[in-house]
Write a protein that binds this ligand. Structure first.
Ligand code: DGT
Ligand code: CA
Ligand code: CA
Ligand code: ZN
Length: 575
């Protein structure tokens, strides 16, 4: 069965292909709208199809339902394949370059005969692209940069997209009668922000049927290896997956090995050698030929215990001192999702959110949270329908009314995601900001400023006494947009000095600030808040991605404002 996000990706690709061939706009829009609808479905797709309920969803025409059903069942769609075959394959890579939509690509194709990246690069280098109507010098430079990035990106996938593919496969593996244990390992288990490939590990004494199931899994586009105990496949999205089957006695050694990281494994092997042991995915061997160590380990903790270590959470296994910390009994007690008692930085229909204040609050209450911080955009973010002072004050009244109504147990806190303007001044005056429960200050424009100017601009906002948090610090979008040039070390120092929070933006495209900086920030005394930046009720759950990244950054609940009770949070905000 093909996952929802993969089906949506195919529909999007159909829309793109149709646009490249110059199809009529209504038809094109039907497919991209269908993809969005599919992504926002909360129900189980398989069930909707089985009960003929998919066609009852607004915007789902008969043709679309047919195609989704076929994709869900078969993992391929003849219509899509035919359409794709009618277009030079290189064009689909050209269209991945930021700034190149189907219209521009069509112009490049029909006017300059560009149908792959190599030709595009050559035409940019010769200056032919800049001369084309609607392009220009700047666009040409941007395209060249995009081509360079693409080589670096091409092979990695955002964590949540990889996880969505992995989950049903892992469930399927576990359901096989020959399976004794099954886990996913590698970077997915370590919660990296992006994943190169999936790594599955199964314990069984009868691998053949497990291999056969795996290579025959619907959605597999290509089988790149099919061995007795190891197979590899590639999915439609380009994501690859490895499966290894081992005997039960080896399972936890192999799980440790294939969880990695390489750096962590190297450090573990060194430690083993110092104790007269050689360590591999098969287990420990005594170098002097002594008896086996921890044979048939029953869990991963036994593998660590054999080297005198406590179990180390996978998120920490990056070779950043986790073994030393474990040895000294100083592993952090990592924050957990259940520690969260509320979240800040969320949007409503007042700006660019999809759900109303009350819907968002009800959803937060359902998640068991005590408080929900609403921070819609400010007026300069006009493309996001940012609020001016008048609309902001009306929202304050609406929140006060909702809180007083007793309809909900969750307490709504009023805030603003206020734009950081040109040189670090804010979109609202201090006396306006002073009336809010909390303020998130974010950069939404002028990403191209030089490092010093950008850093000074953000630090100026951090220094404003009304600013409680700085939002999505570097502006990065994983696999899509580079972070803006910023002296993060300096920003961390400024945040510590001003008692300002650096948010951990939990949107799975952002995961910003990067996990590599959090340990340093925490050591300097910087507090964070795990913020979903939700634009609809479903996205409140993004907080879970933020928790994973906080764990990767060695953070405990003490480092995270929104693990505190409402009373404590209000006290901190009133500091
Ligand atoms: P990825 O797939 O690039 O996101 O990252 P990983 O960490 O999942 O890497 P992958 O899939 O190549 O291998 C999974 C784990 O297997 C890796 O984290 C550690 C272990 N491993 C693989 N190859 C080697 C190796 O050559 N040496 C060592 N020490 N470990 C390895
Ligand atoms: Ca991997
Ligand atoms: Ca792998
Ligand atoms: Zn924002």
């Amino acid at each position: 069965m093909m996952a929802k996000s993969e089906i949506a990706a195919v529909l999007d690709e159909i829309a793109t292909l149709l646009e490249l061939t110059g199809e009529n706009p209504f038809k094109i829009r039907a497919y991209s709208a269908g993809a969005r609808t599919l992504e926002s479905l909360t129900e189980d797709l398989g069930e909707l199809i089985a009960t003929n309920k998919l066609e009852e969803i607004p915007g789902m025409g008969e043709a679309l339902v047919d195609k989704i059903t076929t994709l869900h069942r078969d993992g391929v769609l003849p219509f899509h394949q035919k359409l794709k075959a009618s277009i030079p394959p290189g064009l689909l890579e050209v269209i991945q370059i930021p700034g190149l939509g189907p219209k521009k690509v069509r112009a490049l194709w029909t006017q300059l005969n560009i149908d792959d990246l190599a030709k595009l690069e050559a035409a940019c280098t010769s200056g032919a692209v800049a001369d084309l109507k609607g392009f220009g010098e700047k666009t040409q430079v941007k395209i060249l940069e995009g081509i360079k990035n693409r080589v670096a990106y091409g092979k990695r996938h955002r964590w949540y997209e990889a996880a969505e593919v992995a989950e049903p496969i892992l469930a399927g593996l576990r359901a096989l009668p020959q399976t004794q244990r099954a886990e996913s390992a590698g970077s997915l288990r370590r919660s990296r922000e992006t994943v190169g490939d999936l790594d599955f590990l199964v314990a069984s004494s009868d691998p053949a049927p497990i291999m056969a199931w795996f290579v025959g899994y619907p959605g597999v586009k290509e089988v790149t290896a099919h061995g007795e105990t190891k197979s590899s496949v590639r999915f439609e999205s380009g994501l690859q997956a490895d499966l290894r089957v081992v005997p039960l006695e080896q399972f936890y050694f192999a799980l440790h090995h294939f969880t990695g990281s390489k750096e962590h494994n190297v450090a573990m092997r060194h430690r083993a050698l110092a104790r007269g042991l050689s360590m591999s995915e098969w287990g420990f061997k005594s170098l002097e030929g002594g008896p086996a160590v921890a044979p048939g380990a029953k869990d991963e903790a036994e593998v660590f215990a054999a080297l005198g270590l406590p179990w180390i959470p996978p998120e920490l296994r990056e070779g950043n001192g986790e073994i030393e910390a474990g040895e000294k009994g100083r592993l952090p007690e990592l924050v957990e999702f259940t520690d969260l008692r509320g979240v800040f930085h969320n949007h409503t229909t007042e700006s660019d959110g999809d759900h109303t204040l009350e819907q968002m609050a009800a959803a937060a209450e359902k998640l068991g949270w005590e408080y929900l911080g609403i921070s819609d955009h400010s007026k300069s973010s006009f493309q996001a329908r940012g609020l001016d002072e008048e609309r902001l004050f009306r929202q304050l009244e609406a929140v006060a009314k909702l809180n007083a109504s007793g309809r909900l147990k969750v307490r709504v806190l009023t805030g603003s995601e206020v734009d950081i303007l040109g040189e670090g001044e804010l979109d609202f005056a201090d006396d306006v900001l002073g009336q809010l429960d909390f303020v998130v200050a974010s950069v939404h424009n002028r990403f191209g400023l030089d490092r010093d100017t950008q850093t000074a601009r953000i630090i100026k906002a951090i220094e404003n006494e009304h600013v409680d948090m700085v939002g999505h610090l570097t502006g990065r979008l994983l696999n899509k947009r580079e972070p803006y040039d910023l002296d993060i070390a300096k920003v961390i120092d400024a945040a510590a000095a001003n008692d300002t929070i650096i948010e951990l933006n939990a949107n799975p495209w952002r995961l910003d600030m990067d996990w590599r900086w959090w340990r340093r920030a925490a050591e300097k005394g910087v507090l964070t808040s795990i913020n979903p930046d939700a634009h609809d009720t479903e996205q409140l759950a993004f907080a879970a991605h933020g928790v994973r990244i906080a764990r990767k950054g060695w953070l405990t609940k003490e480092h995270v404002l929104n693990t505190r009770s409402l009373a404590e949070v209000l006290k901190w905000l009133g500091r």
